[in-house]
Design a protein around this ligand. Structure first.
Ligand SMILES: Nc1nc2c(ncn2[C@@H]2O[C@H](COP(=O)(O)OP(=O)(O)OP(=O)(O)O)[C@@H](O)[C@H]2O)c(=O)[nH]1
Ligand SMILES: [Mg+2]
Length: 238
């Protein structure tokens, strides 16, 4: 399978039908791999129902250990079992509009990683976001950029396409970050590997259905581990 879209889900039953419909409305030849962690709202049942109609929909299930852990399992499954050539990371809540997939795919022939960026000119965050949510996201990005000396505007974006061959499976298994630091950690790893990375502007929409899983724990993890990242990858690469 060439393009595998990994969508982690936890209590997203209200969004499943909609996201599937929007992705396949693009007419792109893609597969979706949902990674559901035994959502109490039975998200998996909705995915299984959709699987009966469409064999480009896949599902793996596990125990809830956070977003990072779900992505790690998804990456390994997409690479080892689905033989993905490109992996796309996307949220289930429609914040990441599938209309950008075509552009991602087009750019992926020239770049190893393409980031859907809210903070590149032309990109945006939702007008509905509260002051604290804006600050959390903007400050988090500016701080990440400075601490890790990253030349990107959106370091916490969870909307990307990645060439599967750039992944080292051992590195994936060793990722410890779980919240939005997970996005920072993989981006830092790509940067250290000297990969060709492109940011394209996206309009990030606010979730309209279901509840946010963003937690205070993720913010603690971020401040606790960001410096550890620096040492971890500085030691491995150059
Ligand atoms: N499998 C799995 N998926 C998760 C877990 N935590 C979050 N997700 C999914 O990861 C995606 C991103 O989580 P969100 O809650 O939307 O986080 P966010 O986009 O930072 O927050 P909002 O903007 O408020 O939606 C969604 O599709 C979630 O369902 C988890 O522990 N396991
Ligand atoms: Mg979201």
């Amino acid at each position: 399978m060439k393009y595998v879209i990994i969508i982690p889900t936890y209590n997203e039953r209200l969004n499943i039908e909609k996201i599937i419909k929007k992705i396949f409305a693009t007419k792109l030849d893609v597969d979706i791999l949902f990674v559901d962690d035994k959502s109490p709202d039975k998200t998996a049942d909705y995915i299984k129902k959709a699987q009966k109609r469409n064999n480009h929909i896949h599902l793996i299930e596990g125990d809830k250990k956070g977003l990072g852990d779900a992505y790690k399992r998804g990456f390994l499954y997409a690479i080892e079992k689905m033989h993905a050539k490109y992996i796309i990371q996307m949220d289930a809540d429609l914040s990441h509009d599938p209309k950008y997939l075509k552009e991602f795919i087009n750019y992926s022939s020239k770049y190893d990683v393409v980031i859907g960026s809210r903070y590149t000119e032309g990109g945006s965050i939702p007008k509905e976001w509260s002051f604290s949510r804006r600050m959390n996201s903007k400050f988090g990005n500016a701080f990440t950029k400075k601490i890790l000396k990253l030349p990107y505007n959106d370091c916490t974006s969870g909307f990307k396409i990645i060439k599967a061959s750039v992944f080292d499976k051992e590195i994936i298994r060793n990722i410890k970050s779980n919240g939005y630091l997970f996005q920072v950690e993989i981006l830092y790893y790509f940067y250290k590997k000297n990969l060709k990375i492109k940011e394209i502007p996206i309009e990030f929409k606010d979730r309209t259905l279901g509840a946010s899983k963003l937690s205070i724990k993720d913010i603690f993890e971020y401040f606790h581990r960001i410096n550890k990242l620096k040492n971890k990858y500085n030691h491995i690469y150059k």
